[in-house]
Design a protein around this ligand. Structure first.
Ligand SMILES: NC(=O)c1ccc[n+]([C@@H]2O[C@H](COP(=O)([O-])OP(=O)(O)OC[C@H]3O[C@@H](n4cnc5c(N)ncnc54)[C@H](O)[C@@H]3O)[C@@H](O)[C@H]2O)c1
Length: 296
């Protein structure tokens, strides 16, 4: 049980942090931890993703320096992150942040394994976009230790995290989670449990409809996004946002929402499915609804 008389950062530093999955979100979360002075161990089973991790974080630190004038040194940040390919190398973490793909079998496997390899009483936080926290809690030995930490992408550039508690999440788990996030300079926005929480219940429907509008020829991708940016003042339109998230992640998240709500509106638009089948996953492959700098 954390004491209340220490600074959140000081307390959080005493813990051993593990990140499961070293993709888009895992690298971003590890960067957030390391930039705040914590050390993090990233468990990533795929050799290519593991090899790409350090360069991803380096690029992320450079971007944060440029956009936020943070002044972090990439080598120092990288010096606080370790990538491993076996769970027994995690070293009994006291706080785990799961960032594996949005697929139920993968989440179940990762959380059950992490539960067995973490310290007694460890917090098990998930970056899930849409799976209800109480569903995840059913896979771990103590459901009170399960919580949702829905970081936004790119995690190091976003100041807020949607924190979702299930009905069985303990007050201690919530307290330890918000303290950790405070130590990263993040504000926690607390929401209740439910498919997609607040953010993705609404956003995924918008992205799906934007794809349908595009497929029907009502407007091209640039125009769809321009309507949201210029008419509504959004910094980014829904199709550009989808490219940033990753169209594979969008399709997986829609499938989760379809399953847990039973609502056919979450059935992925055929255009989304076609783009994913063609390998157009968005920024991570350089081409999704739009071409990104990488895809030019
Ligand atoms: N991309 C976004 O914008 C975004 C934003 C918020 C939340 N999320 C959520 O974060 C989670 C991760 O998404 P992402 O975009 O980083 O996906 P990603 O595909 O970029 O990365 C996932 C990584 O997990 C690895 N992995 C697969 N099985 C694993 C296992 N059993 N243990 C550990 N690692 C494993 C994969 O090899 C891959 O490198 C998903 O639940 C997603 O819905 C994504």
């Amino acid at each position: 049980m954390p004491s209340t008389d220490r600074h959140p950062r000081e307390e959080a530093e005493m813990q051993n942090y593990a990140v499961l999955g070293g993709g888009t979100m895992g690298c971003g979360v590890a960067q957030c931890l390391a930039e705040a002075g914590h050390t993090a161990t990233v468990f990533e089973p795929a050799a290519t993703a593991r090899a790409a991790g350090p360069e991803r974080v380096r690029a992320g630190v450079r971007l944060a320096r440029m956009l936020r004038r943070t002044g972090h040194d990439p080598d120092e940040v990288l010096g606080r992150i370790r990538w491993v390919d076996r769970l027994d190398q995690l070293g009994s973490p006291e706080f785990v942040i799961e960032c594996v793909p949005e697929r139920l079998p993968l989440k179940e496997h990762a959380l059950r394994e992490a539960d067995g390899h973490s310290a007694p009483g460890a917090v098990l936080a998930s970056c899930t976009s849409a799976i209800p926290i109480d569903h995840l809690a059913g896979w771990v030995s103590d459901p009170g230790r399960m919580i949702g930490t829905h970081f936004m992408n790119p995690a190091p550039l976003k100041d807020t995290v949607e924190v979702a508690c299930g009905p069985r999440t303990s007050a201690d788990t919530l307290h330890r989670t918000t303290r950790l996030l405070a130590s990263l300079g993040k504000e926690s926005i607390l929401v209740g449990d439910g498919p997609g929480f607040v953010s993705n219940r609404v956003l995924m429907l918008t992205v799906n409809e934007a794809a349908a509008v595009l497929a029907q020829g009502t407007a091209d991708a640039a125009t769809v996004d321009a309507v949201f940016q210029k008419c509504f003042g959004h910094p980014m339109g829904p199709l550009r946002t989808a490219d940033l998230i990753g169209l594979d992640t969008i399709v997986d998240t829609l499938a989760v929402l379809r399953r847990f709500t039973g609502d056919p509106r979450f059935e992925p638009s055929p255009l989304l499915a076609d783009l994913v089948a063609a390998g157009r996953l968005g920024e991570k492959t350089g081409h999704g609804f739009h071409r990104s700098a990488r895809g030019r």
